[in-house]
Structure formats: C-alpha cells, structure tokens
Design a protein around this ligand. Structure first.
Ligand SMILES: *Cc1c(COP(=O)(O)O)cnc(C)c1O
Length: 368
C-alpha cells in the first residue's frame, strides 16, 4: 500500500472522527439529545415522499426554497434581515467551511485561528493546501484582541476563523473583536456560530454586524440546536458577492432534493425546537454549577457542552466514565474533558458516574 501515489501530507493519516460507540449515554459530539417530534417526523416524511416523486430530475442547484426558509429563520432567531441571496446551504457547515477554504484559501495562502479550537479546521486547510496558523487564546480561553490583531497583521492570512461559541471551550467572542479583526485584514473573517442558538442572554451574534463588514461570513448548522445532525445541513450568511464566490466552487447539485425537503420541514417546526434549546441552556448552566460545586474548574460556556478539569490523567477519568456507560470527549487542552448537555436522565447518569470515578481515581492519586 505504501506504493499509492497519495499526496505526501496525507500519507499514513487516519480519517478523523470521534468514536461512534454503542453505549447507553452518548455525550461526546454535542448532539441535541431530543429526537425530532412526531409532528416533524410526519411533515418530513410527507416532504420526502414529494421529493422522491421528482428524483428522476436533479435537485434545485440553488436550493432557493431552503435558502429563503433559512433567511426567515435567521431573522426570527437574531432579528437580522437577510435576502435569500445572502444565505448559502450545504451538507453540514463542514462542507460550507470546505467551500470557504476552496474559494478563499489555497496554495500560497494561509488561514489563521485561535487555539484551542475545532479540530476539523486544520483538515480543511490541509485538504485545500492552505497553510494553517494558530495564535493562542488566554488561559481562560478568551481571545486577547491586541494579540489577535498583531497575529493577523504579522501573518496576513486570507482566512481568519473564529468559532463563537468556541468548540471545545464554549467561549463566545465580543463583536468588538470581529470588528477589529475585519479592520486588520484584507482577508475573509469567518465566525463559526454552530452553537449560536445556545448563547446566554446578552451574548451577541455576528449576524448583527454583517452589513458593515463585507468580508465577514457567519456559518451556522442544523446539527446542534436543530437536532438534525443526521440530515447534514449547514449554512452561511454573508454578502451576496461572498455567496457568489461559494457558488463557484460548489459541486453541481451538491445538496440532494431529499436533504432540501427534510430541512424545509424542520425549519417549519423551528418554534417547538426553540423550547428544547431553552431546556438545554438551563441544563448547561446546572451542569456547570454542579461541576464547580464538586471542586472542578469549568470554562464559561455559551454552547450545549462544557469543558471541565483539570485532571492529571484525563484519559483515566474518560475511561472510567466509559466503563460506566457514559461516553464523553477527551479533547481540548491537556487535563480537560468536554461533556455535552443531555436529557435530565443522561445528566443524572453522568453525575453519578463521575462521582464514582472521582472517588476511585482520587484514592489512586490520579485526580486532585
Ligand atoms: C459541530 C460543529 C459544527 C457543525 O458541523 P456540521 O457539519 O454542520 O455538522 C461546526 N463547527 C463547529 C465548531 C462544531 O463544533
């Protein structure tokens, strides 16, 4: 196999992905734990039946109906009015991000982000032969605006990428940072708002400053708040010119008619989903408070997960939880673990498993 003429930078690389294990309590990939309602299931099934009747034809290449529905949703969620031409949709925000790198990155160009952050970003860079640069966050995972501007000035990246709320830390950025970075670069500024719907009261969305920033792109997804990870629908909001650039690099007919149909059905149920999101935000705050109450450090989170620690041997804690049927994620800076907010029953299982694990590992001297 060593004879394959694979690109040098891909040789020996394992495909990325969190473990997909069959355990009772899965809290490792920030999914929404509540499945779609039966009313949504029925609407989606009817929409799929309709779509299937037309599957002899290629789908709407421009996904016009879906982009209009997404623009309507964003207006309700963030109060920002967008024309459908300012919205773009693809198979997950992962594909949106790859299209951004294809359009604005590439050989001889670089992308910069602030570590620790989402582990997929360097892969989009690698796959598009874009150089990957990181500048550090502060110890509390916020971004020092002066240092960020200095890094952008020094490296002149063609893409600056900020996850807000950030994965795996849950940290959101102030709009002032977005303004300053946009002013400091001639490149694109991408704010990945995969978790935006979970943000705390008072935390802004970068959508609200889109109009004044022609090189700003805000990406969102239906995978998290919308409880639709399996459907693979992500989207971006930006100026029409930016969306036109993404349309140049998309594969023809990239978004299947079935995907467009189920996404449209889910968007028509946005209000009922919002109630679940509110429950998860409350669950997030309770989880953070409980972890602090047992003496652990917790990063402030605007997302549907929390990063907690620190453990001299985090893998032992992760394994101890898994042995008790609870899968979380050993990602992020050394010593920390990330857990997604689940149902009340899943949270109870997590709390009792962690209490047990810390009891045993403390007696072995593995945790503080
Ligand atoms: C989960 C996540 C996404 C969503 O990816 P999809 O492809 O839309 O499922 C995007 N960005 C970050 C930082 C994430 O954690």
């Amino acid at each position: 196999m060593s004879e394959l003429p694979i690109r040098e930078e891909l040789r020996g690389i394992e495909p990325y992905g969190a473990p997909q294990l069959d355990v009772p309590v899965c809290l490792n990939v920030n999914e929404n734990p509540f499945p779609p309602s039966e009313a949504l299931v029925a609407d989606a099934a009817a929409a799929v039946a309709d779509a299937v009747r037309g599957l002899n034809r290629y789908p709407d290449r421009e996904a016009a109906g879906l982009r209009k529905a997404l623009a309507t949703y964003l207006e309700r969620e963030s109060g920002v009015t967008l024309r459908p031409e300012q919205v773009w949709a693809a198979n997950g925000s992962n594909e949106i991000m790859l299209q951004i790198f294809q359009a604005f990155g590439g050989p001889g160009r670089s992308a910069l982000s602030f570590a620790p952050t989402y582990s997929m970003y360097p892969e989009y860079a690698r796959d598009t032969s874009t150089a990957w640069i990181t500048a550090p966050r502060r110890d509390d995972f916020t971004i020092d605006a002066d240092a960020a501007v200095a890094a952008v000035t020094k490296h002149a990246p063609s893409v600056v990428l900020i996850a807000s709320p950030n994965n795996p830390t849950g940290t959101a950025v102030p709009l002032e940072l977005v303004r300053r970075l946009h002013a400091a670069t001639t490149g694109m500024v991408v704010v990945d708002e995969a978790y935006a719907e979970f943000r705390r009261a008072g935390t802004p969305s970068a959508l609200s400053v889109l109009r004044e920033h022609p090189r700003l792109i805000v990406t969102r997804t239906m995978s998290k708040a919308f409880a639709f990870a399996g459907a693979r629908v992500g989207y971006a909001a930006a100026s029409e010119q930016v969306i036109d650039a993404l349309r140049v690099v998309r594969l023809p007919y990239h978004l299947s008619a079935v995907t467009q149909a189920v996404a449209g059905a889910a968007l028509s149920h946005a209000d009922e989903l919002q109630a679940r999101v509110n429950d998860l935000r409350v669950g997030r705050d309770e989880l953070a408070a409980w972890l602090r109450s047992i003496g652990l450090e917790v990063a402030d989170s605007d997302a549907n997960f929390v990063l907690f620690g620190r453990f001299p041997d985090r893998h032992a804690v992760w394994q101890g939880l898994l042995d008790r049927g609870v899968l979380i994620c050993d990602t992020g800076p050394d010593g920390w673990l990330r857990v997604s907010v689940g149902t009340p029953a899943e949270m109870a299982a997590f709390r009792s498993a962690l209490t047990e694990v810390l009891g045993t590992t403390r007696s072995k001297g593995v945790t503080p």
